[in-house]
Write a protein that binds this ligand. Structure first.
Ligand SMILES: Cc1cc2nc3c(=O)[nH]c(=O)nc-3n(C[C@H](O)[C@H](O)[C@H](O)COP(=O)(O)O)c2cc1C
Length: 151
């Protein structure tokens, strides 16, 4: 049975990375004592990481960026082989370089950690439908989750 846990970044309290590199130098983890320490345990225990974000200014939300920046104490020893899924919503219809740029950014990050980038799904909300009203999007992402470990 695969382990799963979810959280909304905005419901957690974590500070931005200070760039002190203490985690790298001491291998003793992050010096900032906040909710990230619970999340580090969940990330390490997980079989897959699924990140979901709206596109904000051709990028990810500040909340998700802050979360990703705090991955500094983690290494491929912690993350290697975990599956990675990226879900995005965006406002402006395609062609829209935002989702593509974010996908490319995560491919680099995931490659760095030797994780397995398995799926990306994105949908336009403003010129099409909000996700809450978009049954196709909901079904697609549900199936994606159901089949994540069936390969
Ligand atoms: C600060 C801000 C910046 C945004 N920047 C972009 C953008 O660069 N490209 C885009 O397509 N949509 C942009 N949007 C629209 C959001 O991506 C869109 O509303 C999103 O689908 C909302 O998703 P949600 O309903 O899941 O929160 C932006 C919205 C906000 C609030």
């Amino acid at each position: 049975m695969q382990r799963s846990a979810g959280c909304f970044c905005r419901k957690k309290t974590f500070e931005p990375c200070r760039g002190c590199y203490t985690c790298v130098e001491t291998k003793g983890g992050c010096v900032i004592q906040d909710d990230m320490h619970i999340l580090y345990q969940k990330i390490i225990a997980a079989d897959a990481l699924v990140f979901a974000t709206p596109i904000y200014w051709w990028s990810i939300t500040a909340q998700l960026k802050t979360f990703v920046d705090r991955f500094c104490p983690l290494s491929s020893e912690d993350l290697k082989g975990k599956k990675f899924v990226l879900l995005m919503t965006y406002g402006a219809a395609l062609p829209n370089s935002g989702p593509e740029m974010v996908e490319n950014m995560f491919k680099e990050i995931i490659n760095n950690f030797e994780m397995d980038f398995v799926q990306v799904y994105s949908t336009c909300t403003e010129e099409y439908l909000p996700v809450a009203e978009n049954k196709d999007a909901q079904d697609t992402v549900y199936d994606l989750g159901k089949n994540l470990f069936v390969r």
